[in-house]
Each structure stands twice: as C-alpha cells, then as structure tokens.
Write a protein that binds this ligand. Structure first.
Ligand code: GRF
Length: 194
C-alpha cells in the first residue's frame, strides 16, 4: 500500500464534470483542523463545469483536459499529479471512465462517490431506475476505484428511505445531501485504516 500519511496533509485532487457540490463540501472538509487532506487541484473534462468556480479565490489549481481532442489527456494528468505530489484522487461527478493504465500508473488512492447502494444500480440514471423498480431504500456509496465501473471495494454507504411520492429529482436531492456528509467520513475512515 502506498504511504499516504506523513506529517503533512495528503495532497488531494478532485475530479469533476459538473455542478461540483461534492467538491464544495470536500473543500469545506479540507479546511477543518481534523481534516487529513489538502485539496491542491481540481481537474475537469468540461471547461463549463460550474463546480470549477469553487476553486476561485482559493489556492486550488484548476486544470481542464479535453479527452476528445487530446488523446494523451490521461498521461498529461498523471504527469501533473506527479509533479504536484498528489496521493489521493476524489472523483466527484467525474463523467469519464479512467483507463486501467491510468489507475495502475497513479501512485496513490482513487475514491469515487456513487448515488446508489452499490453493488446495486451501477452506471447512470440510478434514481430513475430505483423508482421504476419500486425500491424501498436507496442511498450513496464511497468506494475505491478499480478498472471496472463502480465496482471497487466499498468504503462506506448511507442508506435512505425512498418515499412513495418520490421522483428521481426529489430522491437525487435527498441523496446528494447525504453524499456531502458521507464523502468526508469515508475519507477519514480510509485514511485511518491505512
Ligand atoms: C453525485 O450524485 C455523485 O454521486 C455522482 O454525480 C453527482 C455529482 O454531483 N457521481 P456534484 O457535481 O458533486 O454536485
């Protein structure tokens, strides 16, 4: 296992593609005295990602990579992460699947947050599928990232009730609130167990 803990906080990169509310909550967490992480940079495949604005006025570097135009985007990201001594990647609504090579080459931990109770409902449109299947419960999961989509070791989950009158939006909203609490907790947990 990679050594993550020194006397300094773990240098962390957050990968986003959109709203970035998890990124925002991770920034808040990183500023707490007890937090073991320091967010050094935010990486996005979408220059219009709203969440990039949260990096403004903070000492968080912002990097945008166009995966369609730039076939070497992953290599460039790896180089950048190495240069910045990043040891933890938190995927937070990052809508690209990282290649096996990237995962293997990155010298650290990669975490992801997914809005379902994995292993159920991997992939997209989770909330609608949960509603369509009349599930009584749903939730969110923080897991390690491996080469298979939403399949790495589960670190922590939060389960919530699905109400009869829920639609995908109301459910997504309630789960997102829980994600903001779960992600920091899961980071604490994994770092304490290393
Ligand atoms: C979250 O629901 C996360 O679980 C999923 O994408 C959404 C991102 O939301 N992977 P935000 O960009 O953090 O607001």
């Amino acid at each position: 296992m990679v050594r993550l803990i020194g006397k300094n906080r773990i240098k962390t990169a957050v990968f986003i593609s959109g709203t970035g509310s998890n990124f925002k909550s991770l920034i808040k967490f990183s500023k707490l005295k007890k937090s073991p992480i320091e967010i050094k940079c935010v990486i996005s495949n979408n220059k219009k990602a709203k969440g990039l604005l949260y990096a403004k006025n903070l000492k968080i570097k912002k990097k945008i990579y166009n995966f369609f135009k730039d076939k070497k985007a992953e290599n460039r990201i790896l180089e950048f992460l190495k240069k910045n001594q990043i040891k933890l990647i938190c995927l937070a609504g990052f809508m690209r699947i990282l290649s096996k090579t990237f995962i293997k080459k990155f010298d650290g931990l990669i975490l992801n947050i997914h809005p379902s109770l994995l292993p159920k409902y991997k992939g997209l449109n989770t909330h609608q599928r949960v509603i369509d299947n009349n599930e009584s419960f749903s939730g969110c999961t923080v897991h390690l990232v491996n080469a298979k989509l939403d399949s790495g070791k589960i670190i922590m989950q939060k389960k919530i009730k699905v109400y009869k009158n829920d639609n995908s939006l109301s459910l997504a909203k309630r789960i997102l609130k829980e994600e903001h609490i779960l992600y920091p907790k899961a980071i604490m947990k994994i770092i304490l167990t290393l």
